[in-house]
Design a protein around this ligand. Sequence first.
Ligand code: SF4
Ligand code: SF4
Ligand code: SF4
Length: 295
Amino acid sequence: MNTLLADADICVKCGLCLSHCPTYAKTQNENESPRGLIALIQAWAGHHLDTSEKLIEHIDNCLLCLSCEKVCPAVVPYGRIIDNFRGQLYAERYSSLALSLLKKISHNKTINRLAQSCLRLYKTTRLQKTARLLRLPNLLRLDKIDRLLPDVDRNSISLPRDPLKQYYSASVEVKGTVGLFTGCMGSLLEQETVNAAIKVLTTAGFNVSLPEQQTCCGALDLHNGDRETAEKLSRINCSAFADQGLDSIVTIASGCGSQLRKYKQSEFAGKVVDISQFLSQSGCNHSEHLMPLAV
Ligand code: SF4
Ligand code: SF4
Ligand code: SF4
């Protein structure tokens, strides 16, 4: 707790970071500005503020893009503050059952695939409603995870999902080759996003590599104090994306990107870039190739 407080105390509340924060730009809520979040964490670490859903919601709205850290004249270690805060909160927030379940799903591909099938069954039959009626998620202290489960298309229950290939060729003149980091939950919770990312990148002229060996970024473990496992996962990811002549390693979730950029292996970390930033830096004009979205 003291390191957290000491780090938070470095902030002099000058507010120079506010105009660089995308969350604050959208919400205009001081509680969701870097300065406001640091103040909330400072109060929490100093025992002046209790843990509450509202507090967690404010913290969770931070994208962890670290734009604030880059411009802070006092060099406040914002990323470390959030990491430590979340680490300390995890024990309170999730039961050990929920945590070990999450870790198993995020680290083990077979369990991850099994979880996909269970999720579809749970969401597309009456199982979730029945479990909630019986208050099972609450009794097992899995209610927060239960609330966060994404909706699943009822019509797709009997259709097997297309497994992801390890390589997709650009569909127009090739501009380069990128690796796509899907995140440990990508295929489970965000397969549509993964598919959309592949489509946009290949349509923009990039070959896309999805190494089978890629795994969880290690954030879950790091936030839970297990630095050793986090470092082991970082080595697996670095080796998965090595020797492929990749121009960049593209991420589709800000949390994954933020953790990958912290890897000690600078050759890997230096290539990690968010998909929006990558596309904008590549000067891609998707409207040339993609069908307009129906609104
Ligand atoms: S984080 Fe840095 S820039 Fe932002 S208010 Fe604190 S001292 Fe100022
Ligand atoms: S990390 Fe990004 S979203 Fe979070 S407070 Fe800083 S600038 Fe805002
Ligand atoms: S940040 Fe991404 S890869 Fe890391 S634990 Fe979360 S979903 Fe998995």
